[in-house]
Design a protein around this ligand. Structure first.
Ligand SMILES: [Mn+2]
Length: 319
């Protein structure tokens, strides 16, 4: 049986939804195909450096471009998809019907659905149309309020929480596989999801209380220094808890990296005056215009603090 290796942006609603949608399309053309899904994380240097692109066919969704000629399918919407930027020329020279890049697309899932329809006449089944709609909402943060963004009422939002809490790569592969066939409500109610989802819902409530105590307001920025704390990044909860802030800067660490995250409050009182992704790029990171981040080597907390300080100084409107 032919094997498709499908690389996707790991632990991300849009990344996994992109993999599910593309996998469903792929199966319409190759019903026997075995699809191996492989989560990818942004890192310093080439993230494909020690990754085997060795399926009978290979694809990558919602993640950076690689010039490796074995990567036949590629779809992304991140403005920083080409790193180094010279890779863009390789894409332009190679681009054919199996690749697409559109940094204006709200989600990669929506981009894939549109492109596959235009080029291949494929219409996704209703549950995948719903999935692409939620990916557009979640990835572009197209909510009417911070409260709506932080709500965990909808199955898609509960599953996004599950994706952030899950630590088992095999479970992500199962999640993608079931999403190709099943609706979000069925998956959010599936018994195998609950052992991770239920504690995650409890923990979210406790974390909210901790973020409310920890946030430090500096001008128009709210800063969260999570180093040494057992706390995830606040995400949109920062804007629900600190509605007057224009930007949030978060310093934290994972097992493998020190990370600085920057976001603009889309529901706040202040317009965005900075290209956040470009700012982060100057510190070695990247992102979108309104959301970005810098990833540093594990242990480099001093540089993490220095980058945080520099970003806060640039963003804080102290007038
Ligand atoms: Mn995306």
């Amino acid at each position: 049986m032919p094997r498709l290796k499908l690389f996707f942006h790991d632990a991300c609603f849009d990344g996994t939804a992109s993999a599910a949608l593309f996998g469903a399309f792929y199966r319409t053309r190759a019903p026997d195909a075995v699809i191996d899904t492989i989560g990818m994380q942004h890192q310093l240097g080439d993230p494909f450096g020690d990754v085997a692109i060795d399926g009978d066919d290979n694809g990558c969704v919602d993640f950076r471009y690689t010039a490796d000629p074995r990567m036949r399918w590629w779809f992304d919407h991140h403005a920083t998809a080409f790193q180094p930027p010279s890779l863009r020329a390789d894409f332009d020279a190679r681009a054919d019907g199996s690749m697409a890049f559109d940094p204006t697309a709200p989600s990669c899932t929506g981009l894939i659905a549109r492109v596959l329809h235009e080029r291949h006449g494929w219409t996704p089944p209703p549950h995948l149309v719903e999935l692409a709609g939620w990916a557009d909402t979640i990835d572009a943060a197209a909510y009417t309020s911070a409260a709506a963004a932080c709500s965990l009422a909808a199955p898609a939002q509960r599953l996004a929480l599950w994706l952030g809490a899950n630590r088992d790569p095999a479970a992500i592969s199962r999640y993608i596989d079931e999403l190709t066939r099943d609706g979000l409500d069925a998956l959010a109610a599936a018994p195998w999801i609950q052992p991770v989802l239920a504690p995650a819902l409890d923990r979210r409530q406790r974390d909210r209380d901790a973020w409310a105590r920890l946030g430090r307001v500096e001008g128009s920025v709210v800063v969260f220094d999570l180093l040494g704390r057992d706390l995830p990044v606040p995400g949109f909860s920062a804007y629900e808890l600190f509605p007057a802030c224009t930007y949030t800067v978060t310093l934290g660490r994972t097992a493998t990296a020190v990370k600085v995250g920057v976001g603009h409050n889309p529901w706040g009182p202040g317009a965005r005056r900075h290209d956040v992704g470009a700012m982060c790029e100057r510190h070695g990171g990247g992102g979108h215009a309104a959301v970005g981040g810098v990833t540093l080597p594990a242990g480099d907390e001093a540089r993490g603090r220095a980058v945080t300080r520099a970003l806060v100084e640039e963003l804080a409107d102290r007038s």
